[in-house]
Ligand binder design. Structure first.
Ligand SMILES: Nc1ncnc2c1ncn2[C@@H]1O[C@H](COP(=O)(O)OP(=O)(O)OP(=O)(O)O)[C@@H](O)[C@H]1O
Length: 470
């Protein structure tokens, strides 16, 4: 952990190796940085640390806390892990949730806090606090909606548990425990289908499980999504002793709130108001495109801006992500694409390269709309707006003129930038009456203004965006 001149700790990415320098900027892909690049790096690192300290001292900020980590009742070894990750003070959700999560007898929790405000640490510290490291059996299970998120959560478990003897295991496809013997790890992180499978096959014995965590809980409980599989895992948990159930998300739409309360009975609840759902440090824009083809042209014209930091481009369909990434690559632009149709090892390599800053532009689908935490991402583009079909289900297959916007997915998508007090930009592409109306709905329902950017004046566009990131 590095302290800067003013004594502020500089937060390092959760996944940074312990000996990596703490930095807020994307690593240079190759070669050593030029002297002025170094100066810029130090300056921006310094600025982020200063504004973070300011925000953590502002009672209105979701990053505020009146307390220190020491006052939250955490074990010394976990405090060491927290400070080793570069955290200096808890965020609001950590300060409010941890005392409730750690109290005895254990109580369930339904916790809501904006994207990028530190929910992961709250549930990871709970799992690590509840595990008995002298027992080599599964004691804490955590489920997430994607393998990318499960891998990221695991990196936080490992980093926070660095000064403990915790053993961990994945329950994600193609990273299954070796052999057929039983898993002895105490903390298991995975996706619901694979977790179900491993429990059924008795590779994972749940008899000693004390904590069950759902990250992105509204998504994990959604009936037309992962709800059924998640419920299956819960139904296999032991009934002869209480299991603490912990649900976290930035969004809990009404239709899952009731189910969440049944899933985690008598839970302590930390909730956000509708107008608090997204953080103010993400500036939202839109670009008025003429048609689908013009959307592509506008995206290409944005390329130099997309690569100032890192960017994620969201499409509704896999084939769109493939098509635009192939076309941009053929035209000489360096972009990567990631979606659920790629195989596991390819997905891992793509997200790891992006995380390491080797790729600057990632074209993807909703598969990584939730949870993914890459601090250098300062721009998100909704190439296609996220939509629901007329039954209120997330729309994956067909594009319908009368589809409603999927507000929750929108909030999660734009939350891939503006992490933990950083500045970020989101840009929505609209190209006809339907998309225009969908965007108006988003603006109305989130209560946050979406500002127009001209598509034909690159200089004005650049100036407006740089101002937003200042
Ligand atoms: N107390 C803290 N001090 C400094 N940095 C922190 C602190 N807590 C969390 N962070 C960092 O903030 C970033 C966002 O945290 P995290 O990924 O847990 O957000 P989240 O609330 O789960 O967001 P999402 O809803 O998008 O999943 C991470 O890089 C994490 O390391």
């Amino acid at each position: 952990m590095e302290k800067d001149a003013d004594g502020f700790y500089t937060p390092a990415p959760a996944t940074a190796p312990a000996d990596a320098p703490a930095t807020e900027d994307a690593p240079e892909p190759a070669g050593s940085p030029k002297p002025d690049a170094v100066t810029d790096l130090i300056k921006s690192t310094f600025e982020v640390a200063v504004t973070l300290a300011d925000q953590q001292a502002d009672p209105n900020s979701p990053l505020f806390s009146a307390k220190t980590f020491e006052e939250l009742g955490l074990h010394q070894d976990l405090l060491k892990g927290i400070y080793d990750m570069g955290f200096s003070k808890p965020s609001k959700i950590q300060e409010r949730a941890l005392p409730l999560l750690l109290s005895n007898p254990p109580q369930n929790m339904i916790g809501q806090s904006q994207s990028g405000t530190g929910k992961t640490a709250a549930f990871v510290l709970t799992m690590l606090s509840r595990v008995d490291f002298s027992i080599n059996k599964p004691q804490a299970l955590c489920l997430a909606p994607s393998r990318e998120l499960a891998r990221q959560i695991m990196s936080v478990v490992v980093a926070m548990g660095k000064f403990t003897s915790v053993q961990t295991e994945y329950a994600i496809k193609e990273n299954l425990p070796k052999g057929t013997s039983k898993v002895t790890a105490q903390v298991i992180v995975g996706t619901p289908g694979t977790m179900t499978d491993l429990i059924r096959r008795k590779v994972i014995d749940v008899a000693d499980v004390k904590v069950f965590v759902l990250d992105e809980a509204d998504n994990m409980l959604d009936k037309d999504g992962l709800g059924e599989q998640t419920l299956r895992v819960k139904n296999m948990l032991p009934k002869n002793h209480p299991v603490q159930i912990i649900l976290f998300s930035a969004t809990f739409p009404d239709h899952v709130r009731n189910f969440a309360s049944k899933f985690a009975p008598n839970a302590n609840k930390i909730e956000l108001k509708r107008n608090e759902l997204s953080v103010d440090n993400i500036r939202q824009f839109y670009m008025d495109c003429r048609n689908e083809e013009h959307k592509y042209e506008v995206l290409v014209s944005l390329y130099s801006l997309l690569t100032i930091g890192q960017s994620i481009i969201f499409c509704q369909h896999r084939h769109t992500a493939d098509r635009i990434s192939q076309r941009m690559t053929a035209e000489g632009h360096k972009v990567a694409s990631l979606h659920g149709a790629k195989d596991a090892s390819e997905r891992d390599a793509i997200i790891d390269n992006f995380r390491d800053g080797k790729e600057k532009v990632l074209i993807t689908t909703n598969v990584i709309a939730r949870g993914i935490d890459i601090l250098q991402v300062n721009m998100v583009v909704n190439y296609d707006l996220p939509l629901m079909n007329e039954r209120g289900e997330r729309e994956h297959h067909a594009r319908r003129e009368d589809a409603q916007p999927d507000i929750e997915t929108y909030i999660h998508r734009i939350g891939r930038t503006g992490r933990f007090g950083r500045k970020g930009i989101s840009i929505n592409f609209v190209h006809d009456k339907a998309t225009w109306q969908q965007m108006e709905q988003i603006e109305k329902q989130t209560g946050k203004q979406i500002v127009r950017i001209e598509t034909n004046d690159l200089d004005a566009m650049e100036e407006q965006m740089k101002k937003a990131l200042k």
